[in-house]
Every structure is written in structure tokens, then in C-alpha cells.
Design a protein around this ligand. Structure first.
Ligand code: WT7
Length: 650
């Protein structure tokens, strides 16, 4: 059977009354041609404590860069996420928590209960001196208290900075210091399958490593009940401190442009940057995007498998769903533990209607074959979504037929930490699908493809993906370093936001993301800067030089491949290889631990000393016949040595 090249709308979306593409097109045109009127109307989805008068005030001109939306409006995002649902829908379920261990009992949290938890937590933060504008760091497992804590911060206008629980104490310390965060919220331990993560111990170490910040409060959730060390006066038990608080907490009205959160992400140079998102535009955009893209109807059950440590967790586990009064499943553990079909079992257990997950998870399920879906009907599903990396058509088709039973559209959503919300996506029921394409822009998004010279390309083409004008959920700055924000995103192409992704646009105007064109890897959907891993490696006494490249990997998308040269008195050995892997784990976290280390006598450099990663990528991928031009190398014999060494470690 030959595969269709595109999946027409009605073939994949029978269950609901479909809108059609002309409906999308008409709204999209309005959102671009009449942008202020469009967003003024969409902003009515939000309850403002002070209405805005002006919609947008922005410019991508690098000498006058500014991005402001609804700038004289005031609101509180948690009133919009919680309070306004209480009257009619207070008993609706906000979250169903599925614990790591299937034998432990789950928890169901209604909007009324969410209100109480968030208010008590917010009052607890106030009792420890947290005020509007103070950054609060969260280092949490995927448990309901993590969400209560985020919302508690937002309730009182304190920006949260969530650090993924897989990052090391060193990485956590950097982030605490960068945000000058005096309060950290954590748990005794997190659970991931059969492993536990010593979160509180890591916080203790991180605090010792902070250079410029004195953390005065650590709020600790007893998650596993493990024995932990306790610093009197600083450490506070979550239950104790929240139980004694009043059950109401007046939401603090903030300006639309006040920061809602900081979230760190990797770039091609330097330390991770704290991307800052503000309140008003982010709320409007994600409230709309969640409803339209997931076609969410109240009462349906939605499950986004992302961790709150990433932007997907912020926008589509917490804020987008709550702004729409949705019911979400949250899950602490791994999709394939203790059995390969755990994720599918959870879908059946809660009759999940909408499942939003990552290509890497789908490929992992695919690799387990029928086992990943055995004894599961999956019949509740009506819509599937993917995010984080390009989905290969093979995985797309497997998802479509084996999980979706040829009955669910797939929304392949392209976006970034910096974009705050989904940018390219099909609208289910309106957009014909093509496996591997994130299809068309969402409302208000004006993508352009530019070539290396900065020329805007028309029609079918390939080049760098840029965005021509601001959208409400866009990041506003990098915390503490606005110049870096301008340099990173607005200096490659004059007047455009540059995404650092390459893409193709086809004859139907569909976008096909080809991946990062900078030195950023995408490992199992996680963004990793090669420079970050390299600087961790050269901090080890045995290493003089390191170069990190991505190597295609069947499940993770990319694997981390490292070339290391050692100083003259150190011998390469399997023991050292292990030590270096652990070293990176310690410096950054397990997600950055190299898959392969190749010890190298020298690295291929240009005469000006720049490492030619293109060559290193080819060698790592065993494509030595495609090395291209090596004539500009300072010492071309280095390449032959590297190829020889590569043969030995294969
Ligand atoms: C990078 C952003 C947005 C939430 C998760 C990742 C890649 C993301 C897709 C997609 C192809 C994708 C891009 C992007 N990416 N979604 N649907 N198709 N590539 O956020 O960690 O900021 O990473 O992820 O390369 O630049 P992030």
C-alpha cells in the first residue's frame, strides 16, 4: 500500500464538527492584517483588573528593540486560572495526579481544592517575606505541589524560576544566583521509575555553591518520606507551613508587562540564559492557543507528558489548560515503567481525550512494539499532539495508526522556550496533515524564510526560519542581560526574530523544520548547548580541549558525541571515559552526560583556530566519505587520525 502524502481533514477527524481551512484562513488573515483589533478581541478571554487601552507597542529594530502588549492593563493570571471557574465549575477536576508507582493511590484535585492549596502556599511565601518581584526557585518532581507553588508565586506577583529536577546542584546554584532567589521550593526526593532523585540533598549542595545569594528559606515537600538533613530556621516543612495559613489570598494585580516567570534555556554560547516571560500577552496567547490547537471542550481529559521544568510544562501543563478550565492528567514517572505499556495504561485509566507528547517518547514506544500498547484500547483518544523536535514520518505514521487508530488528527506543534506558545501547528479539523510537517502558522504569527544573505524567500524554499513581527507570548528579555537578548535573536537578520531553526516551505505553504542551525543539540527533546558541555569538560584537570557534536540517534533524535584531547601526562582509558561522563553529569546533569567519548590527539581547526564541527559531525556519524572541503584546515592530517580512532571505538 502506498502512503498518502497528505491526510485530508475529514479522513482523520470524523468525531467532531470540523471547521475548515477557509475559516482558519479568514481568521489568520484578520490576525495579520488587522492585528490590533484581532488581539483586542481575543484579550477579552482574560479578566483584567484594569483594562488595557493600547494593544501592541513593539519593534524588532535592533537599535530600538521593544516588545510590549496590553501595556497599561493589569491582571492576575491565577484569578484567570482558578477563581473565575469557581462559581460554576469549582467541583470540576483541575488535575488528576498519577504517581510513579502504579500501586500508590492517585489524587484528584478540583478547582476549589486548587484554590485553597494555591492560596495557602501563597500566604506561606508571604510569611517568609516573599514580595512582588522577588524570584522564587522551584526544584521539584512532577507532583501537584509543584503546580501549587508556581501558581502561588504568580498569585503574589513573584516570578517563578523552575529548574528541571534532572539538573545538577551546580546548575541549580547558577540559576539561584542569577535570579538572586532567596527562597527555594523543593521535595525530599523525586521518583523516576525505579530511581529516586535526591532533590533536597542537591538543594543543600547548591546553596553551598551559591556565590552571591543567601537562600534564607527552603520549603520542602515530603514526597517519598526519605530521611533528609535539616537546617533549622532555613528549612520549612511544606505541610506545616501551609496548614497554618488562611485559605484565601487576595491576588496581586500586576501590570501586563510584569514578569510571570524566568526559565533557563541553552544557547550556542555561554551559560544558559534566563528567558523572561511577562503576564498579559502570555495569558491571552496561551489561553487562545490551548483552546484552538487542542480543540479543548470543558469536561474532556487532557494529558501533556512534559515536565514543568520545561516551557511545554509551563504553557501547556499549567497555564494554557487552567485558563480554559481544563481537566489534566499529570504523571510523576516514566512512560515505560514498570511496564512498556504504562503510558497507554494511563490513557485508558483516565479516558484521556487529548494526548500531547514528544517524538522521542513515541519512538521509544515504537521500539517496544506491541508491548507499549498491549492490553490497552486507547479508544478514548480523539486528538494527538507532538512537540520538541521534528517527528520523523515513520514515527508519525506509527502514532497515527497504532495509538490514534487512524481516527485522531496529530497536531505537530513547533515552538520554543522563547516563543512562549505554539507558533506553527495544524488546527485539528481544519488543516490537512502531512507527516513530519508542523504545517501552518497560528494566529498572529508571520513566519518568513530568509537565505544566508538575509533575502526574504518566496514560495517553496529553504532557509532560516524568522518571524517578522511580535506576538503576545514572545519572551521580552534575558534576565539581567538585555543586550544578549538583542544579540541572540535580533542581530542575524535585520528586523526579524531569528529562531535558529532551518526549515523548508513547500508548495502548499507548509513548514518543515529541519532542526537547529546553531550549536545547539536536541537530545530526547531537551535543548543542550554544545558550548555548555565543552566548558564543563575543560574544567576537568585531564582535559585540554573538547568539542561536542550531535550524532543521529534512533530514539533520542540526537546523541551527545564528544571529542576530548587530554593533557600530555594523562592516558586515555575506559576508567577516564567513565569519569568524564560522570563529571558532566555532576556539572550539568544526567541529561547532558555524553553518549560517546572519543579521545583525540588533535581537533580539526581552521588556520584562525576555529574548530570545524561540520567535519566532527560527519566522522561521528560515520559519513567520512562526505567530509567536504578540508583544505582550509590548519593541519589536515588530524582528520585521518580522527577517522582511524573512530574505527577503534565503534
Ligand atoms: C527547539 C526549541 C517548544 C517546547 C519544547 C522545546 C525544536 C520544537 C518542534 C517541532 C521540529 C521542533 C526546534 C526549536 N522543536 N518543536 N514540532 N518540530 N522541531 O522547546 O527547548 O526551547 O527547544 O526545539 O529546534 O528551536 P525548546
Amino acid at each position: 500500500m502506498t502512503e498518502p502524502s497528505s491526510y485530508p481533514v475529514m479522513d482523520v477527524y470524523r468525531q467532531r464538527e470540523a471547521t475548515d481551512l477557509s475559516h482558519y484562513q479568514q481568521q489568520y488573515d484578520e490576525s495579520i492584517n488587522n492585528s490590533d483589533a484581532f488581539w483586542r478581541q481575543k484579550a477579552q478571554r482574560i479578566e483584567w483588573t484594569k483594562p488595557f487601552t493600547e494593544v501592541e507597542n513593539s519593534s524588532f529594530d535592533r537599535d530600538n528593540l521593544h516588545i510590549r502588549w496590553f501595556e497599561d492593563g493589569e491582571l492576575n493570571i491565577t484569578s484567570n486560572c482558578i477563581d473565575r471557574h469557581l462559581d460554576k465549575h469549582g467541583d470540576n477536576t483541575a488535575f488528576i495526579f498519577e504517581p510513579n508507582n502504579p500501586d500508590d493511590s492517585n489524587r484528584v484535585i478540583s478547582y476549589k481544592e486548587l484554590y485553597r492549596h494555591v492560596c495557602q502556599m501563597a500566604n506561606a511565601l508571604k510569611s517568609r517575606g516573599v514580595k512582588k518581584g522577588d524570584v522564587v526557585t522551584l526544584y521539584m518532581p512532577m507532583i501537584p505541589e509543584a503546580i501549587f507553588a508556581m501558581l502561588a508565586c504568580a498569585r503574589i506577583g513573584a516570578p517563578h524560576s523552575v529548574v528541571f529536577g534532572g539538573f545538577s546542584p551546580e546548575a541549580l546554584a547558577d540559576r539561584i544566583d542569577n535570579g538572586q532567589s532567596k527562597v527555594v521550593i523543593t521535595a525530599d526526593e523525586g521518583r523516576r521509575g525505579s530511581k529516586t532523585i535526591p532533590l533536597k540533598d542537591n538543594v543543600d549542595v547548591a546553596i553551598q555553591h551559591c556565590h552571591s545569594t543567601r537562600v534564607d528559606t527552603v520549603i520542602v515537600v515530603a514526597n517519598t518520606g526519605a530521611e533528609i538533613t535539616w537546617v533549622d530556621g532555613r528549612d520549612v516543612d511544606y505541610t506545616e507551613i501551609t496548614d497554618e495559613q488562611a485559605v484565601d489570598c487576595e491576588p496581586v494585580s500586576v501590570n501586563a508587562e510584569d514578569p510571570l516567570f524566568i526559565l533557563y534555556t541553552s544557547g550556542s554560547t555561554g551559560k544558559p540564559k534566563g528567558v523572561v516571560h511577562t503576564t498579559g500577552g502570555y495569558s491571552v496567547y496561551n489561553s487562545l492557543a490551548f483552546e484552538e490547537i487542542f480543540d479543548y471542550h470543558r469536561g474532556e481529559t487532557y494529558w501533556c507528558t512534559a515536565d514543568i521544568g520545561w516551557i511545554t510544562g509551563h504553557s501547556y501543563v499549567v497555564y494554557g489548560p487552567l485558563l480554559n478550565g481544563a481537566t489534566s492528567v499529570i504523571y510523576e514517572g516514566m512512560p515505560n515503567w514498570p511496564t512498556a505499556n504504562r503510558a497507554a495504561t494511563i490513557v485508558d485509566k483516565y479516558n484521556v481525550d487529548i494526548l500531547y507528547t514528544a517524538p522521542t517518547a513515541i519512538r521509544a514506544m515504537m521500539a517496544d512494539g506491541d508491548k507499549s500498547i498491549e492490553n490497552c484500547s486507547l479508544s478514548s483518544l480523539r486528538l494527538l499532539g507532538t512537540v520538541g523536535e521534528p517527528i520523523n514520518p515513520e514515527a508519525w505514521r506509527w502514532l497515527h495508526s497504532e495509538v490514534g487508530k487512524n481516527n485522531c488528527p496529530i497536531v505537530d506543534t513547533w515552538w520554543q522556550t522563547e516563543t512562549g506558545g505554539i507558533m506553527l501547528t495544524p488546527l485539528p479539523g481544519a488543516t490537512a496533515l502531512k507527516p513530519g510537517s508542523a504545517t501552518l502558522p497560528f494566529f498572529g504569527i508571520q513566519p518568513e524564510v530568509l537565505d544566508a544573505d538575509g533575502t526574504v524567500l518566496n514560495g517553496p524554499c529553504s532557509g532560516g526560519l524568522c518571524i517578522a513581527k511580535s506576538w503576545p507570548a514572545q519572551a521580552r528579555t534575558i534576565f539581567g542581560d538585555h543586550q544578549r537578548f538583542i544579540d541572540t535573536y535580533f542581530s542575524s537578520y535585520d528586523g526579524y526574530y531569528f529562531t535558529s531553526d532551518g526549515c523548508n516551505r513547500d508548495e502548499d505553504g507548509y513548514y518543515w523544520i529541519t532542526g537547529r542551525v546553531d550549536d545547539v543539540l536536541n537530545v530526547a527533546g531537551h535543548r543542550m548547548g554544545t558550548a555548555e558541555i565543552e566548558s564543563a569538560l575543560v574544567a576537568h584537570h585531564a582535559v585540554t580541549e573538547a568539542a561536542v557534536v550531535g550524532k543521529p540517534h534512533a530514539i533520542k533524535g540526537e546523541a551527545i558525541y564528544v571529542y576530548v584531547s587530554l593533557n600530555s601526562d594523562t592516558e586515555a582509558s575506559p576508567a577516564l571515559e567513565k569519569e568524564l561522563k560522570n563529571w558532566v553529569r555532576q556539572e550539568i546533569g544526567a541529561i547532558a552526560s555524553p553518549d560517546t567519548i572519543q579521545f583525540a590527539n588533535g581537533l580539526p581547526k581552521t588556520r584562525s583556530g576555529k574548530i570545524m564541527r561540520r567535519i566532527l559531525r560527519k566522522i561521528a556519524s560515520d559519513e567520512c566519505d562526505q567530509l567536504g572541503d578540508t583544505s582550509t584546515l590548519a593541519d589536515p592530517t588530524v582528520v585521518d587520525q580522527l577517522i582511524e580512532q573512530r574505527q577503534m571505538i565503534k
